[in-house]
Design a protein around this ligand. Structure first.
Ligand code: 8YV
Length: 329
């Protein structure tokens, strides 16, 4: 059995796969595996171990005639053609839950950094501008007792809500389906999207990237937000209309934004958003703690080993891929 690993993974996990498989690993952390090499390597592959940034599309599936399983080291899977995998009976595994707390931490880090001008403050010192204390110097927004609007109440959303309880926040949430048990546990209030946008001081975008959530926050939605409001996005860039966000931030119809994800990644230093003072940006590191990334890679390896044995994956995106044609779930 051959496994193609599209980015460097910890030695111990590569060894785990090496025990029962032949592995080809693209041994880079940041540089993506060249597309031509990926297409070449998957020709005789039984499994692909991938991540948020490699496109596993029709062309890859067509090239990989022997493919039995795909594992992505991520909760999101918008880079994978799931319909095509399902049509071919190929299960696709991912890594939900294990990263929720790390992404919730980073979401809070962006809320705090944006509201309290943490990056601006450090740059202010670095550029030698600090001459003394000023009553209005780098004044920000309160988080304590503020109203938080969470869009997407999955594992990460719940992690953010739990943290918000400690900050005395009123918690509103919007989700595909109402989660009454969470309303009890966290004191969160279900809210239609427009009402959430109108009432929140912090709006946190945590919905998955789907055709329905594409540009879910656009010009109209931004115009509903308060002038002191901060938007934080730690889900996918496609959920927010970046051009409309740029205008809202520039015209200060909203107060600020903290962004870990972008419409097209990576962004470069000449990106228009970086000309603005009221934005804090990070390079898609929501789940990037040593422990979390190790656990994500471990679950991905386990998903792949299960798939190669023809057994159920730990976390499978497309359960339907197991059905024989004509069967119903
Ligand atoms: C991100 C992710 O780091 O698993 C994914 O799909 O993209 C996460 O690991 C996070 O959601 C972005 O902040």
């Amino acid at each position: 059995m051959k496994v193609v690993i599209t980015r460097a993974i910890p030695d111990s996990l590569k060894q785990l796969l090496d025990q029962s498989c032949t592995t080809y690993m693209w041994n880079e952390d940041i540089e993506p595996m060249p597309r031509a090499l990926l297409l070449e390597q998957v020709k005789d592959a039984d499994a692909i171990f991938t991540n948020v940034s490699d496109r596993i599309d029709l062309e890859v599936f067509q090239a990989a005639a022997k493919l039995k399983v795909v594992g992505t080291m991520a909760v999101g899977f918008d880079n994978i053609d799931i319909a095509e995998a399902t049509r071919r009976g190929i299960p696709v595994g991912h890594t939900p839950d294990v990263l929720s707390e790390a992404v919730a931490d980073l979401t809070f880090a962006l809320m705090l950094a944006t509201a309290r001008k943490v990056v601006e403050g450090m740059n202010y010192i670095l550029e030698g501008s600090w001459r003394g204390w000023g009553p209005m110097l780098l004044t920000g927004q309160n988080i304590y007792n503020a109203t938080l609007g969470i869009i997407g109440m999955g594992g990460i959303g719940q992690g953010v809500a739990r943290r918000a309880c400690g900050f005395g926040m009123r918690i509103l949430y919007h989700n595909r389906r109402r989660r009454e048990e969470l309303e009890q546990q966290l004191g969160a209030e279900y809210s239609p999207l427009d009402e959430l946008l109108q009432a929140s001081d912090f709006v946190v975008m945590l919905a998955p990237a789907t055709p329905e959530t594409r540009k879910m926050i656009g010009k109209r939605e931004l115009s509903l937000m308060k002038s002191n409001a901060i938007l934080v996005n730690t889900s996918r860039g496609s959920n927010v209309d970046e051009a409309a966000l740029f205008t809202a931030l520039k015209e200060r119809t909203i107060w600020g934004a903290g962004l870990d994800v972008f419409e097209k990644e990576p962004i470069r230093p000449d990106h228009p958003l970086l000309t603005l003072e009221n934005v804090v940006v990070l390079p898609h590191i929501g789940s990037a703690t040593l422990e979390t990334r190790f656990n994500m890679a471990k679950i991905t390896a386990q998903n792949i080993l299960q798939g190669l044995k023809g057994e159920p994956l730990l976390y499978c995106i497309n359960q339907e891929s197991y059905l024989k044609s004509g069967e119903e779930i």
